[in-house]
Design a protein around this ligand. Sequence first.
Ligand SMILES: C[S@@+](CC[C@H](N)C(=O)[O-])C[C@H]1O[C@@H](n2cnc3c(N)ncnc32)[C@H](O)[C@@H]1O
Length: 232
Amino acid sequence: MSNIKTLREICTELRFELGRGTDKDFGLRNHLSLYESLFAPYRESAQRVLELGIHNGVSIRMWHEYFTQATIYGTDINGKSLARIRGIDRVVPFELDQGDKERLRLLAESGPFDICIDDCSHNWAHQIGSFEILWPVISPGGLYVIEDVVTSYRRYIDRVQIPGTKNYACYLPFDLNSPISCVEYFKRMIDHVNFDGDNWDRVEFSEYQRTIDTITFRTNAIVVKKRMTDTD
Ligand SMILES: C[S@@+](CC[C@H](N)C(=O)[O-])C[C@H]1O[C@@H](n2cnc3c(N)ncnc32)[C@H](O)[C@@H]1O
C-alpha cells in the first residue's frame, strides 16, 4: 500500500494532532477534492507556495506536508495567526494587510510562486488587487486560486479594518452581477483568454492575454493557470 498521503488524509491527521482543522472541506465548496487533483502535478516540484490567510495555521501545515520540497509562505494581518506558523522549517510567516499594496509588492519580491491561494479577507478589492500584483510573479505553468468568491454575490461594503481582527468586508444580502465584484472581474477576463486577434498587424496583446492559459470557475473558487510561454 502506498504511504503517500492524500490531502484529506493529511488534513484529518492534523485535526487529530492539533485539535483544530481547516474550513476547506465544508459544505458544497469541496476544496480539498479540487486541490487533490489540481495540485498533484506540483507536489514534488513546487519550490514556493503562497497562501494569503493563515487563521489557525492548519492549511499552512497541510501545504507544508503535501508539497515536499516547497517553502510555504503564509500571510495574515493577525499576529496570533502568524505566531501559529513561526519556527517551522520551510515555512515563512509574512505580516500583511491585504489592502496594503506596498506590502503586497514587497511580498511579490519573494516570488516566483508556483501556486498562490487567496483565502484572506474575501473583500473584492483585495482579491482583485492581490491578483494584479501577484500574478506577474506566478511561475510559468503555475496556479492562482481565489477562494470564497461567494462574497461577490453579496452587496459591497468597505468596512473599516480593525488590525488583528478578521475583516470580511462584503457581507450583506445578494447583489448579483455587481460590476465591481471579483467574479465579474474574472468574467470579463474571459475575453482576454478567448480573443486571439482579428487583425494580426494591429493587435497588441495584453499582459493577461499573453500569460493566462485557463480560467476555471469552481464552486466558490476561481482557478487561473499561467501559460508556460507566450506561445505554448
Ligand atoms: C478564512 S481565514 C484563513 C483560513 C486558512 N487559510 C485555512 O484554510 O485554514 C482568513 C484569514 O484572513 C485574515 N484576514 C482577514 N482580513 C484580512 C486583511 N485585510 N489582511 C490580511 N489578513 C486578513 C484573518 O485574520 C484570517 O486569519
